[in-house]
Every structure is written in structure tokens, then in C-alpha cells.
Design a protein around this ligand. Sequence first.
Ligand SMILES: *Cc1c(COP(=O)(O)O)cnc(C)c1O
Length: 396
Amino acid sequence: MSDNDWQDYSLETQAIRAGQHRTSEGEHSDAIFPTSSYVFDSAKDAFERFSGKVKGNIYSRFTNPTVRAFEQRLAMMEGAERAMATSSGMAAINTVCMGLLSAGDHVVCSRSVFGNSALMFKNIMQKFAIETTFVNLDSISAWQSAIKPNTKFLFLETPSNPLGTLADIKQLADLAHANNALLIVDNVYCTPVLQKPLSLGADLVVHSATKYLDGQGRCVGGAIVGGDKLIEEKLYPILRTAGPTMSPFNAWVFHKGLETLSLRMEKHCQNALDVAQWLEQQDAVEKVHYTGLTSHPQYELAKQQQTGFGGIVSFEVRGGQENAWRVIDATQMISITANLGDVKSMITHPSTTTHGRLSDEERAKAGITDALIRLGVGLESVGDIKADLARGLSKI
Ligand SMILES: *Cc1c(COP(=O)(O)O)cnc(C)c1O
């Protein structure tokens, strides 16, 4: 079957079948191509490939069969013409910035994005005379009034992490396009299994493959997904020249990770909802933030925009930081780590770790209280996860 023949299949099938190119060895699983360069048939062949006249492998900074296999599979799953893999999620965002922005341009960015994404705009792009306005994710009027004539794109994550605030992707895509700007969505939290931003009007999706796409905490990688023309003209030249390249080994791990993604996401969602509902009933817990709870103010939007609610649950305990740390330190199984998207459950205290570099005022604006705990709900037995949390909660 040719690459495009998988288009009409369901996502579960695409995740397993798309992007495989069996070699003459007849391997059932996918081969890995750990090679930096490729041999040409003749001087003329080399000339034609370098000039772009003939498509083919040249050098693994920008052409590698294993990386391409992962790209084709991910593109199919996001419903996109093309995906371009990068060395990390941050490299994907950096590539988008380098490809789409010039000195004097402006970006509107959600206040509730991954910490390094905010720093990318606030510190690094700033050095190149690119200005960014940060706005509240769920306020359409804030986005609207922040847009200027030189705004090149809007950038957001939905739902946000750790509080699970949503943006209406379709509404923001319309707003961006009415102002000659693009909408870029970081889809790390949901993955294409739970949300397809491109089908709602977004122009590009960025991924940290490090999280759910791998799913078992093994490799660092990223990807940009979207239209072929935009990627070919604006982003691929950055990959080719600046070199934020994914290694074939990592591409192979992510490629295989995608095969089980829908199954894992289904279980992450199931365990997270169970834990969130249980936390809501605990006396020591004051508030639970999870888009899948009917108490969540944007529950209806989440149901309409996503096919599941994801694996991250945040909650606030009575008694502030002291009790939050007590709950974290009382766990015996759950890992104390700031990552997410792993089969292993993970717990962290945002205000003293991931959000520790913000000022008190910035933290308050972002809604990150000292009592807040973030849980990346894994795939262990949900009974064991709840029991591990109960150890500390029962002492409050
Ligand atoms: C981790 C993460 C990133 C950055 O990805 P890396 O692979 O760590 O570079 C970007 N966005 C979100 C939402 C993330 O969770």
C-alpha cells in the first residue's frame, strides 16, 4: 500500500500501519536506519538529489528513512499533509519561531503554556526584536485586543497544564485568520487521539514526542505537523540548515510508541477520571482541577472539542505547602518527578518546581497556589494509585 492509502482508515489502524516501508529483508517490525549519509548511483544522481530535481536521501540532518516513517505515521494521525520531526519539543517550537518570525514581528501567546515555551518568547525571541504579548487562555477578548498589525501567530496549549483551562480552538483560528495570522497549538497534553486541532482550523500543531507519543519515558523528541506548503517553504529550510534533527534511534522508539498510543490514552483518561472523582470526595482536598469533572467550568467545551479528558489531574489540599509536601512525601509508588505522559504515575508540587522561577505575582495570576499538587496519572492499577495518595491525605 502507498503512503496515502491509509488516509481512509481509522486512527487506531493508522497508528499501527501507516509509515512502514518494508525492505527486501521482509521484516515485520520496522527497520532502523542509523546512517548519517547515503550513497549516490553517479555524479549526476548526486547532482539531481542535491538540486531537489529528484527526491531522495542526502544526509540525515534532513533526510532519514526512520525519521520519515515516524513523520508519516504522525501526520496521518493528526489528519495533516505533513509532519517534520525535531530533536525535542522545544526544538519544534524554536523551529516554528525561526521559520515564521523576523525582527519587528509580534506574537500573542497564552499565559498558561509550558514554562520553557514562555521563556522562548519572553527571553530568546525578545533578543531578536520579536515582541510577545501574554494573555489569559480562555478570554477571547484578551486575544482579540492583543493582536496587532504585525502579529504573525497565536500560540497556545489546550487544556493548559496544570490547571486544565481550555481555549476554543475554532474561535481562535477564526480570529487569527481574520487578522492574517496563524494559529499554532501545542497538542502534547491531548495527542491526536483526544484532539485534532488542525481539523478545528489550527495551522500548525507542535508536539513534544517525549511525553505521550513515546509514553514510557525513554527518549526526547518533537514534531511540527501541518500543511505541506507551509512546512516545505518555511520550516524544512530551518531543519536543513539549523539542524534541530531527530535521531533515527529516537524516531524508531516514537514510531513504535504511536502503535499503542490510543490504547494508552484511553486508559490514562479512565484512571485520571477515577482518581479525580475520588479526590473530590476527600475531606483533605479543597479543589480538583480536571476537565472531565462535571464541576469543571469548561466541561461542555472539553466534551465538544476533545474525545477524552487526558491524564493530568491537579488538586489543592487544605493547609497549603506543608500539607502538599506531606502528601507528596507520603507516596511510596508514585514517582516524584515533573515529567508527564509516562506509564508511571508522577507527582509534583508546581509552585516550588515547574513554576518556582515565576514571581509571586505571576504565580498568583497563573492560579498556581502553594496548596496545588499535580498528578500525571499513569497506567498502574487505579486502586494502588488512590491508596498511595491516601497515605498522605489521611494525615491532614
Ligand atoms: C515537555 C513539553 C514541551 C517541551 O518538550 P521537550 O521535548 O521537553 O523539549 C513543550 N510543551 C509541552 C506542553 C510540554 O509538556
